[in-house]
Design a protein around this ligand. Sequence first.
Ligand code: PEP
Ligand code: MN
Length: 351
Amino acid sequence: MIIITRQGVTDSELDHIRERVEILGMRTHISRGEHQTVIGCIGDDTLIQEVSLLSLPGVQQVVPVMKPYKLAAREFVAEPTVVRVGDVHGASIGGRELAVIAGPCSVEGREMLLASAEAVRSAGASLLRGGAYKPRSSPYAFQGLGVTALKLLAEVRAETGLPVVTEVMDTRQVEVVAEHADVLQIGARNMQNFSLLSEVGRIQRPVLLKRGLSATIKELLMAAEYIMAQGNRDVILCERGIRTYETATRNTFDVAAIPVLKQETHLPVIVDPSHAGGRADLVAPLSYAAIAAGADGLIIEVHPAPETALSDGDQSLAPAAFAALMKSLPPFAAAVGRTLDPQTLEVEVAA
Ligand code: PEP
Ligand code: MN
């Protein structure tokens, strides 16, 4: 249930409304927008009679939320969420400016990580990605460098100023990953690992939640709710393609998921065109489609020498291809009223 308050509602009126709701055993969450303040109420609302709430000073409307997700629901907050990442060299995801996260699938060593970071930064990316713990389909495939990779990510962040995004696969890794990374990624295969979702919900670090291979949009939103229910509100959703009968692409990019998610939730939505298509030649067209459909950003795999990559080489862009892609994005962003990092625009102007 949400309570929409009158314009100009006072703090003491808000306190009074909250008190009345909490006395009945519900939890409240206040969201202040520019024009409206809403109070989200979670819990058993059978004891609350709408009429009595409506008579409280400051209350304009009481709206039931019948969805299985509440904190993630669009109605629950007054404005779209902008997730702020990193402290010193911050980046944000969900604002007018599109965020581009780029870097290798896996951290394979210091030199390649630094080369990737410098390449993606100079092309205009605002965050660095790189896997330390890899969810590989085969137990015999490269599993990632673990803590060594986390340390390298932190070192390269210090050198380049790029905040880092890396995957956490297990509840036992949450602490060490949070120590080194700015954003914790929950991979597609773990989207419904509920204990992992709750664990990352208990820390104050943004979470990049990827859609499961066969997950519905509703299931993705419920997974986000698991994280948010523990107190962490900084969740970024990611469409990364879903399993279908099609074999020409690694996955099927569900472009409609973007506007649907935008209607359903206030959380930022980004797209991973690398895993969606599974082919380097599809990264640019899928990126354009993602921006046109309203995505708040992209996460793209870039490797200094894709043919030698220990994972996902087929879908990774070489630095030159990534730089060319970045230069081609501004018109797509402008067409939907969005901008890219000014650095990218400068590159575009200079080109
Ligand atoms: C990745 O980002 O490298 C990855 C493994 O992605 P996903 O979980 O979407 O397959
Ligand atoms: Mn990958």
